[in-house]
Design a binder for this molecule. Structure first.
Ligand SMILES: Cc1cc2nc3c(=O)[nH]c(=O)nc-3n(C[C@H](O)[C@H](O)[C@H](O)COP(=O)(O)O)c2cc1C
Ligand SMILES: C=C(O[C@@H]1CC(C(=O)O)=C[C@@H](OP(=O)(O)O)[C@H]1O)C(=O)O
Length: 389
């Protein structure tokens, strides 16, 4: 059986939920680590007023007993604290005919308001905004964080870091710094995205915010110690590069994903791009560089998997762009909503969690197993085979 999950929940509704199915039994789940990831997603400079209301904590409803997974569906929930301010507006059953429940009808360019209203035949664009909101990324982080705990059992680690906010690069050697920090520091030290935000960058975000502007940026996700052989070249929908980049593109605001050298490969000679193959008794087959970003032909090759994401600027502007009223068709400025100015650090934490789920999924496809011990046995026997090749 494959690993899968479904999620539900509106931004200002009662809660976000997910059910994870096909997860291994007997994995010890550390709730504190999950809540730390949820906190990381909420932090990062440039977040708006909503983050001062929420204090995300995971509630586990099924699939665990006394700290261990049972192999049964894992049902999880994160309550929206803000729901108490929206209880009537978001009432699933009754229309309370409130004055403040005015219809949202001025679609924001860059958000899905307009096309969502057309597609689902909604008149009130709140019915689009509620589910399209990146609030839903909180539950994706919880799913990824659970997956990270099984990955760590077999030595796979996933890190993420911001490399650019707007036009400003963060540092040239941030990846090495983060690998180093990740390997040596306590989890809580590495995991605060604010570590990545210098005063110069904070100044850029403040400057944008004070002009009614928003900022995007770039972040990277790296999978360390992935075994070779995840994904496959035999069918298009099993290719690891397609699976991982597609999953990252599903994150709100992501407009480009590169793997390894990415777009730079297009303007270089082949000899500058492809990673030569070496062999030694101690290391087996190895490479001296990793321009491929750990994936060749849709299969992981054992090098770190390096993914880079470009996030567009947040679409809700306090100096709004021109739009058209959905009902009257009159020209108007777009809707102004409470909003983040920059959410790239938060997105990098979500990206890391998205990749954790996808790696756990392809791991299950290759190695199967109903319990953690069975998974470990299967992974070890494959690694032993590789040593003997
Ligand atoms: C963590 C995170 C927080 C976001 N916060 C906001 C926000 O406060 N306001 C907003 O308009 N868009 C926000 N966005 C972006 C929108 O959700 C996104 O741009 C929109 O759904 C359309 O993006 P798409 O074209 O990539 O689907 C956020 C995105 C992420 C990942
Ligand atoms: C709630 C979160 O992000 C939200 C994502 C978002 C959007 O349009 O995507 C809009 C804002 O929501 P609100 O209108 O309630 O302030 C953000 O705060 C979150 O990340 O937990």
């Amino acid at each position: 059986m494959s690993l899968r999950y479904l999620s539900g929940g509106e931004s200002h509704g009662l809660a976000l939920t997910a059910i994870i199915e096909g997860f291994w039994a007997n994995v010890e789940i550390n709730l504190e680590k999950i809540n730390l990831d949820l906190k990381r997603r909420q932090s990062g400079y440039g977040r708006g007023g909503r983050m001062r209301i929420e204090n995300d904590e995971l509630k586990i409803i099924s699939g665990l007993r006394q700290g261990l997974t049972l192999g049964s569906p894992i049902t999880i929930q994160i309550n929206n604290k803000d729901f108490q301010n929206w209880e009537k507006i978001m009432d699933p059953i009754f229309d309370h005919n409130l004055k403040e429940n005015r219809i949202i009808s001025r679609p924001r360019p860059g958000h899905v308001d307009l096309v969502g209203g057309l597609k689902y035949q909604h008149k009130d664009l709140r019915n689009v905004l509620e589910r399209s909101s990146a609030r839903g990324t909180a539950i994706r982080v919880a799913v990824g964080s659970i997956c990270k705990q099984v990955l760590e059992e077999i030595g796979i680690k996933i890190i993420s870091y911001v490399t650019q906010i707007g036009k400003k690069s963060i540092t040239d050697n941030i990846k090495e710094d983060f690998e180093d920090i990740f390997n040596n520091a306590e989890q809580s030290e590495v995991r605060c995205p604010d570590l990545q935000t210098s005063n110069e960058i904070k100044g850029e975000i403040d400057k944008a915010g004070s002009k009614g502007e928003t900022l995007g940026g770039v972040f990277e996700v790296v999978v360390l110690n992935s075994p070779p052989g995840l994904g496959s070249y035999v069918h298009f929908d099993r290719k690891l590069d397609a699976i991982l980049s597609g999953a990252l593109m599903s994150l709100q605001g992501i407009k480009g994903v590169e793997i390894g050298l990415g777009f730079e490969a297009a303007n270089s000679y082949g000899s500058q791009v492809h990673d030569e193959i070496f062999y030694s008794e101690t290391s087996g087959f190895y490479r001296e560089r990793n321009n491929a970003g750990g994936i060749e032909g849709g299969v992981s090759n054992g090098e770190p998997i390096v993914l880079r994401c470009a996030m567009k600027p947040i679409p809700t502007l306090s100096h709004p762009l021109r739009s058209v009223d959905f009902i009257s068709k009159e020209p108007f400025d777009a809707q102004i909503e409470r909003s983040d100015v920059c959410a790239v650090p938060a997105a990098s934490v979500v990206g890391e969690s998205i990749i954790a789920f996808e790696i756990a999924k392809v791991l299950k496809e290759k190695f199967g197993g109903d319990s953690l011990d069975e998974l470990k046995e299967n992974v070890n026997s494959y690694l032993n085979y590789l040593e003997e090749v």
